[in-house]
Design a protein around this ligand. Structure first.
Ligand SMILES: Cc1cc2nc3c(=O)[nH]c(=O)nc-3n(C[C@H](O)[C@H](O)[C@H](O)COP(=O)(O)OP(=O)(O)OC[C@H]3O[C@@H](n4cnc5c(N)ncnc54)[C@H](O)[C@@H]3O)c2cc1C
Length: 405
């Protein structure tokens, strides 16, 4: 069998699916391996969901945007709040980006809806062989061929060969570990508690996306389309606290009442606790094995950049792999992929999410005051606001990456 036009993609998360669709559209054959099956694919814990303008443009390119818009919420605005004073500090409006993008807003649409719709498109594409209930176990590479091993739905060991292998397996990437690539960075000692509530926070002045600063308990508050409509609230929790104690119904209610004393119990839909890492792989490629998305970089969700920047990796890589397979470019373009996307992971995604967390958790009163004054000044000045939004929406990261030779 001719393996020279086939790319093996491991992981049908948002990154693996976008990569597969972008490759398939240009005539590349894809073998997409995913350990989840028809029976449990939609049972994944809800995660990311804020899709920035540049990502929406990419979704449109693969026919995904029209499927997501009706399932999401168009949100042109986002807020910074001071929880201590219960005061709106600044409102940013993506309308300032009208000249920069066709989508001057974010789309609040959760990862689970994105992968559900993208998987339907992948299954319908004749260039994509989707292998669900298939667990990747390792790979070898020799000459111009890379071979992936996996356990098939019947529990048997099998393998498939191709010209390149892309690890879109998420943070626990077997490919990254097999290649012994360092995952450099750190893990925050405090964890984040996510509570999902069916309650309309807009009647208290909040908008669809809110970043809330507080020296004791900062928070994020986001709106998701239902039914029923849900709001996701994040709180930091101490490293030593017991998970069962934190997620007990009374403990969740008490925390929510401290945040917004309504006097009535909140309708809690779900809750979960997660650990936050800031890590970037030391290399994004060795030979014919390439990392994309969370397998190459993970970061705090404050600012909604992990999935977005992973999807930007996918499109950058798809374009380069297509040119290589058409013999229009040499393999050195993959070194440029690494230079461009590692730069974005370190200087944009990681740097900004670290800054975002520091801003929300700042304890020193004078620094807090200075930060808030700066946010107000930025939001009120159209030129400064546009520059701020170009950074927060990752448009600047894409423009900067284009300038990297
Ligand atoms: C609470 C929370 C909120 C977040 N909010 C945002 C947000 O608003 N915006 C944003 O941009 N990012 C956000 N993120 C980050 C975002 O979820 C990730 O960056 C994104 O999901 C990474 O996509 P991925 O495709 O690289 O990996 P994943 O989404 O982890 O997908 C990996 C896929 O690979 C499969 N897989 C793994 N191992 C194997 C194997 N051995 N064999 C076969 N298949 C395998 C998995 O089943 C999965 O389907 C958030 C994260 C968290 C935890």
């Amino acid at each position: 069998m001719d393996t020279s036009n086939r790319v093996i993609v491991v992981g049908a998360g948002p990154v693996g699916l976008c990569l597969s669709l972008a490759l398939a559209q240009t005539g590349v054959e894809v073998c997409l391996i995913e350990m989840l099956g028809e029976d449990n694919f939609l049972e994944q814990v809800s995660r990311a969901g804020t899709n920035h303008p540049a990502t929406l443009e990419l979704f449109e390119r693969i026919g995904l945007y029209d499927r997501l818009e009706p399932r999401g919420i168009i949100a042109p605005l986002f807020h910074y709040w001071d929880r201590r004073e219960h005061q709106l500090i600044a409102e940013f409006d993506h309308a300032h980006l009208k000249g920069d993008t066709r989508f001057p807003y974010v789309l609040q649409c959760e990862r689970i809806k994105i992968v559900e719709e993208a998987l339907k498109l992948a299954k319908a594409h004749s260039n994509i062989e989707v292998r669900l209930s298939t667990t990747f176990t390792g790979f070898t590479q020799a000459g111009e061929v890379v071979t992936a091993s996996f356990t098939n739905p019947a529990g048997e060991c099998e393998s498939v060969s191709g010209a390149y292998l892309v690890s879109a397996e998420g943070a626990r990437s077997i490919v990254r570990k097999q290649l012994e690539i360092e995952f450099e960075g750190f893990t925050y000692p405090d964890r984040t508690l996510n509570i999902e509530v069916a309650y309309d926070f807009r009647k208290h002045g909040y908008t669809e996306r809110n970043y809330i600063s507080d020296p004791e308990e900062w928070s994020n508050l986001f709106h998701w389309k239902g039914p029923p409509d849900r709001w996701r609230i994040h709180f930091p929790v101490e490293p030593e606290a017991e998970e069962t104690a934190l997620t007990r119904a009374e403990a969740l209610q008490a925390r929510l009442q401290r945040f917004l004393p309504t006097g009535k119990p909140f309708d809690i839909v779900a809750s979960n606790l997660y650990v936050v890492h800031q890590r970037v792989a030391q290399k994004f490629r060795i030979g014919r094995a390439i990392l994309a998305g969370d397998s190459g970089h993970v970061n705090s969700p404050i600012g909604a950049m992990g999935m977005n920047s992973g999807i930007h990796d996918a499109f950058n890589l798809a374009e380069k792999l297509t040119r290589i397979l058409r013999r229009e470019a040499g393999e050195d373009v993959l070194d440029r992929y690494e230079r461009q996307r590692r730069h974005v992971a370190l200087q944009h995604t990681q740097a900004q999410t670290i800054r975002n967390k520091r801003l929300l958790a700042e304890q020193e009163p004078a620094t807090r005051e200075r930060n808030h004054a700066e946010l107000r000044r930025t939001a009120e000045d159209p030129k400064l606001a546009r520059a701020f939004l170009l950074r927060s929406s990752l448009i600047e990261s894409l423009r900067e990456a284009e300038r990297i030779p």
